[in-house]
Design a protein around this ligand. Structure first.
Ligand SMILES: NC(=O)c1ccc[n+]([C@@H]2O[C@H](COP(=O)([O-])OP(=O)(O)OC[C@H]3O[C@@H](n4cnc5c(N)ncnc54)[C@H](O)[C@@H]3O)[C@@H](O)[C@H]2O)c1
Ligand SMILES: [Zn+2]
Length: 369
């Protein structure tokens, strides 16, 4: 078992641990839940995870504890205010009180909505994250951002609310479809590019073991991936400066998701987004050509796309993408901002920069040549 401690500077009581486990996961979970001494437990999960792994989590709850399972349908389109209400009603009906505990058991969708339920249920009750996708293990379960989507945009209603612990079991990844593994790997590679050249080399060297889901390599990958997010989040809990570097690949990535009507998985959109933003960085003389090539190489090696053409998008979507980026929440007074890499493992000192539309357009056009 590996443990990472997240320190929340503004209030030490909010600090918590991320436990990265395999076979010992059940006993770690049991200890964590017992130490919170909840009056009851609400396991918030989705239908897919429930079918595969509910029995396992239930068998490790402290003996005799009262618990209720609240299942939502799987998928982003259920990360809604309506579903939040549904979960809350089920918990109220069961009688979960102010000393109750929410366990968010699933991917990022369940983590975000389960965490947000915990944040407002009876003005806030404890919750723990048990992430079951690679993306949620190295990204969404860490940092305390919880939210639901609205018809006006994703994650529009939410809060910052820290879990009491994150308890990861890498064995859950064995049932995750390979597309979802790649989806998470795009964010892992992003973490390496923005903050850790050695980690980038580790990912290059251990590609086969990682893709074959060898446990100790996965544990190491998750440990380093989480530590990177930890360092960023600790120094900037509420997203004023440094945390912007996590947006690398996302200015363009979000635009790709939007023009594809969310048909393209987030990680695949971010993969192409990273290539495009790295090309922008190279064009304005910041990122060396060889680093740009290495970024493309690592993404291809992991089976991730590196161009708009590969995503089967047509050149005519370029103007929609630019329009989207102009109105995105990362833009300032209509100016498109990007978090750009200086070299592999390091981002520009100002974290993000305004980028001229004419430059973005020329990089987009090159994508189709
Ligand atoms: N809070 C944050 O800081 C933050 C950061 C990044 C992303 N997010 C959010 O995370 C969400 C995406 O998370 P995600 O990619 O985990 O998606 P997800 O929760 O939708 O999971 C993807 C799919 O995998 C299934 N699944 C989960 N675990 C499984 C397992 N072990 N075996 C088989 N199938 C399994 C789910 O049922 C789902 O169908 C988005 O809503 C995004 O906004 C939040
Ligand atoms: Zn992302």
């Amino acid at each position: 078992m590996r443990e990472i401690r997240l320190n929340i500077v503004r209030n030490e009581d909010l600090s918590y641990s991320v436990f990265i486990c395999s076979s010992e996961w059940g006993s770690v979970l049991n200890k964590v839940v017992s130490s919170i001494k909840p009056t009851s437990v609400a396991i918030v999960t989705d239908t897919v995870v429930s079918k595969l792994h509910l029995r396992s989590i239930v068998s490790y709850l402290p003996e005799g504890i009262n618990y209720v399972t609240v299942e939502i349908p799987a998928g982003e389109k259920y990360k809604t205010r309506k579903m939040k209400e549904y979960i809350e009603d089920k918990m109220l009906e069961f009688g979960v009180d102010r000393k109750g505990l929410v366990i968010a058991f699933g991917g990022g969708v369940v983590g975000d909505i389960g965490g947000f339920v915990a944040a407002t249920y009876m003005r806030g009750i404890p919750f723990i994250q048990v992430p079951t996708t690679l993306l949620s293990m190295i990204d969404s379960s860490i940092g305390g951002k919880v939210a639901v989507d609205t018809p006006y945009g994703k994650n529009m209603i939410g809060s910052f609310y820290q879990p009491k612990a994150v308890v990861i079991n890498v064995d859950f990844l064995k049932t995750l479809p390979s597309e979802q593994i790649k989806n998470g790997l795009a964010e892992v590679i992003k973490h390496a590019i923005i903050a850790d050249k050695n980690f980038f080399d580790f990912l290059l060297e251990n590609r086969n073991d990682i893709l074959e889901l060898v446990n100790d390599k996965l544990e190491e990958l998750i440990e380093v991936g989480c530590s990177i997010k930890k360092r960023v989040v600790e120094s900037d809990e509420k997203e004023s400066g440094l945390r912007k570097i996590l947006n690398f690949g996302h200015t363009v990535g979000h635009a790709i998701e939007s023009v594809s009507n969310y048909r393209i998985l987030h990680g695949f959109a971010v993969s192409v987004g990273m290539v495009i933003e790295a090309q922008v960085s190279n064009k304005i003389g910041i990122l060396p050509k060889e680093d740009l090539e290495k970024i493309k190489e690592i993404l291809s090696l992991y089976g991730l796309p590196t161009s708009l053409r590969e995503l089967k998008l047509k050149p005519r979507i370029i103007s929609d993408m630019v329009r989207f980026m102009r109105s995105d929440k990362k833009s300032i007074s209509g100016e498109i901002h990007m978090s750009l890499p200086k070299r592999i493992g390091e981002m520009i000192d100002s974290f993000s920069l305004p980028v001229e539309e004419s430059l973005i357009l020329s990089v987009f056009r090159d994508q189709f040549n």
